[in-house]
Design a protein. Structure first.
Length: 358
């Protein structure tokens, strides 16, 4: 072997060692494939909505001249809950006819930049207006009375039957004599039966004793018997392992919005479960109200939600994200991005998680 060949052989060995070391270096490790974003859906706003200049005082006055009220619809691109509102509510002939007769519908893109002249003359963009009103879910609907004040607010999607009750409540101007909670209970007969139980519900009539217990936040589930949406929550959302893992990090209690059974509320009052639901303005079942360890409400789920949004709401409270990010929609986006960076899909319209329970 010649000196030259020895030198070449030595260089090849050094190169081989370098290549082998790089192959085990984190820099050259196999890159995690980013998870997919699934479930987004967009639908067109009904053509019969008003083409407004977003001068709400003028809109309210014009609606009142026709014996109508203003309905403001907050939406965002790709929102499947908004699409469900359009496809399953606004397309129903009886609902469409009722809305067109009694309301002027106006759309607001919660991330939009169109200029708004709000009631009172203060100027906003759509985005800033949404933030000022603390719009946390889409769709959110605001119904204005003849003075431009909010007669009713719906956070999230309401199925057709419950949505029709909301429309009637505002169109009949019932807000002047009773709350929407009282209106709903007066229009629905109390049905026999039991609430759907879960092993994580704590049996206690003293909610104060659950505030901060074991250093955990408190989740109060307001439900009623023979409730289709409650059944969906228990059979589709709460059966997901990742969801249950989050739920069990909290103190959880279940209340019946029709029950006269006395409880001690989070703020120490002795009232019935029914009265507590009225006090907290519970207008949808199931509603889950989340309290921090001091007993302060920090978030609530008071509309139809599937798994990703339900989990995100729980995480929002568990991580105390509300302290640094008051906009829940921004938190949702951030949480989804983090999961996808770890290789997990985020399906905003599915019932099953693609990520583990731990």
């Amino acid at each position: 072997m010649t000196p030259g060949s020895c030198e070449r052989d030595k260089k090849m060995k050094i190169l081989l060692v370098i290549m082998l070391s790089l192959s085990f270096s984190p820099i050259y490790a196999e890159t995690v494939k980013e998870g997919a974003y699934l479930g987004a859906k967009t639908s067109e706003t009904p053509h019969w909505f008003k083409d407004s200049f977003l001068e709400f005082e003028q809109d309210v006055a014009e609606a009142a001249e026709q014996n109508k009220r203003v309905m403001i619809y907050f939406h965002q691109e790709g929102c499947p809950y908004c699409a469900k509102l359009v496809d399953e509510n606004f397309t129903k002939p009886e609902i469409e006819s009722y809305v067109r007769k009694n309301f002027d519908g106006i759309t607001i893109n919660m991330w939009g930049d169109r200029e708004i002249v709000s009631v009172g003359g203060q100027n906003f963009t759509e985005k800033l207006f949404s933030e000022a009103l603390k719009v946390q879910y889409t769709p959110t609907l605001l119904f204005l009375n003849e003075k431009g004040q909010v007669a009713l607010r719906l956070n999230g999607y309401y199925p057709p039957k419950k949505f029709r009750l909301a429309l009637q409540y505002v169109a009949e101007k019932q807000e002047a004599r009773l709350s929407f909670n009282e209106y709903i209970l007066s229009r629905q007969p109390v049905k026999a039966g039991k609430l759907i139980s879960e092993d994580f519900f704590q049996v206690s009539s003293n909610l104060v004793s659950l505030v901060g217990k074991e250093d955990k936040p408190l989740a109060i589930y307001f439900e009623e018997t023979d409730c289709v949406e409650c059944t969906t929550l228990h059979e589709r959302v709460l059966t997901d392992p990742a969801t249950r893992h989050l739920v069990k990090k909290m103190n959880n209690v279940q209340l019946d919005i029709n029950s006269e059974t006395l409880i001690t509320t989070v703020d120490g009052q002795s009232i019935s479960q029914k009265e507590y639901a009225r006090k907290l303005n519970i207008t949808y079942t199931p509603t889950v109200v989340l309290f921090d360890k001091s007993g302060k409400e920090v978030h609530r789920m008071d509309g139809f939600l599937k798994t990703f949004h339900f989990q995100s709401s729980l995480d929002y409270a568990l991580e105390k994200a509300y302290l640094t990010q008051p906009n829940f929609q921004r938190y949702l986006s951030s949480r989804g991005e983090k999961l996808r960076a770890l290789g997990y899909d985020t399906d905003i319209w599915g019932y099953e998680s693609s990520y583990p329970a731990e």
